[in-house]
Write a protein that binds this ligand. Structure first.
Ligand code: PMP
Length: 395
């Protein structure tokens, strides 16, 4: 009989020739356990998903309770169901008053699609501006605003009217004009190896959008839900986006995404045509209950307040001459090594020693660090010791 690993390799679509191939049987808090019972510290949170850790009892309870009542009844936007409505209301209550409407979808990419469609429809314009090194998802629209030619080129033709500017270069923002429907940006570019936006850049971005009537879409799919030390990173820049995107940790481990904007902007999806964005599973009741529980955990248990202190603590522990650069915002961090080969050796050694890390999509010489926000100082110390040992043995 084939092993699970053989079946995975023969039956399941493969997207690289070098998958991690960890065979995980269960997960709890910051830990993953493989089929042999080996424990791993999850230092990447499934790429910014498990901010409240794995199988948090309150999230599990919410999922179980909802699954027993109903899982799915009707496509998006027709029936009134409590999990959806209460989550939207709770989310809006945490946001500036202009962000008062939530469209729940299934993923980050779909949130990007919905937001760009909304911006085109609302402004009546077609040009979309994004930034070099940006990552916004893998569907055609989201790929059109990806800032990396290696990943997007084979899928051309993509959307027309797309312009890529340099990130963190305020001068280039003068390209934003009255032809621009929207500008989409991440407050921290993650996949290039953690590059936070400067305050001057974000302030000018907001100003140019205000002057031209272009909508500012902030993609907080990785940076959201407390990852950078505030519920959303934009709060630290003193600006408010026109459309806010969330996904990944929004569902507490269940699939959900959202684009959030003002009632005035969102209402353009209601007419001419009606049903301007349609989704079957968007805002799935079980995902909404899980997400609601996860947001309550983050806010009521004070995890977000500790993010910056924990990030600083970990950064200070990670000292070694082979680390050529460290970049960090809250609990998203990048350690830069000399090249991919060295980084890969260190990552493999970390996994061997029970710490799961990874590299970044556009920066394979950088190690990704983004633990669940519930991680304790003691656990951060354990993880840091293992990383340093792995570096010492493989530098
Ligand atoms: N935007 C950002 C910043 C992301 O990191 C991701 C996922 N890595 C996406 C969008 C796309 O999300 P999804 O994979 O859920 O489609």
């Amino acid at each position: 009989m084939s092993t699970l690993r053989q079946l995975f390799l023969s039956r399941v679509a493969q997207t690289t020739d070098f998958p991690l191939l960890l065979e995980i049987e269960r997960a709890e808090g910051i830990y993953l356990y493989d089929t042999k019972g080996k424990q791993y510290i999850d230092l990447i949170s499934g790429i910014s998903v498990s901010n409240v850790g794995h199988c948090h009892p309150k999230v599990v309870k919410a999922v179980q309770e909802q699954a027993e009542k109903f899982m799915f009844l009707m496509v998006y936007g027709e029936y009134v169901y409590a999990p959806h409505v209460r989550f939207a209301d709770y989310l809006c209550k945490q946001l500036p008053s202009s962000l008062d409407r939530v469209y729940f979808v299934n993923s980050g990419s779909e949130a990007v699609e919905g937001a760009m469609k909304t911006a085109k429809k609302y402004t009546g314009r077609a040009e979309i501006i994004h930034f070099k090194n940006s990552y916004h998802g893998s569907s055609h629209g989201a790929l059109s605003v990806m800032g990396n030619e290696y990943f997007k080129n084979p899928f051309r033709p993509l959307l027309p009217g797309i312009k890529a500017l340099e990130y963190n270069n305020p001068e280039q923002l003068d390209e934003i004009s009255t032809d621009t429907a929207c500008v989409i940006a991440e407050p921290v570019q993650a996949e290039s190896g953690i590059h936070p936006a400067s305050e001057a850049f974000m302030k000018k971005l907001r100003k140019k959008c205000d002057e031209t009537g272009a909508l500012l879409i902030l993609d907080e799919i990785q940076t959201g839900m407390g990852r950078t030390g505030t519920l959303f990173a934009f709060e630290q820049y003193g600006i408010v986006p026109d459309i806010l995107l969330s996904a990944k940790s929004l569902g507490g481990g269940m699939p959900i995404g959202a684009f959030i904007t003002s009632s005035a902007i969102m209402s353009c999806l209601k007419e001419n045509p009606i049903l301007g964005h349609i989704t079957t599973f968007g805002g799935h009741p079980v995902s909404c209950r899980a997400g609601h529980a996860a947001l309550e955990i983050l806010l009521e248990e004070g995890h977000i307040d500790q993010v910056e202190e924990k990030g600083k603590y970990l950064e200070n522990l990670l000292q070694h001459p082979s680390i050529l650069a460290k970049r960090r915002k809250g609990l998203m961090m990048s350690l830069e090594f000399e090249n991919f080969e060295q980084n890969k050796r260190i990552i493999d050694a970390c996994i061997e020693k029970g710490v799961v890390t990874d590299w970044f999509l556009f920066s394979d010489k950088c190690m990704r660090i983004g633990p669940p926000l519930i991680i304790s100082f003691e656990q951060l110390k354990n993880a840091a010791e293992i990383i340093i040992k792995a570096i010492e043995q493989n530098a």
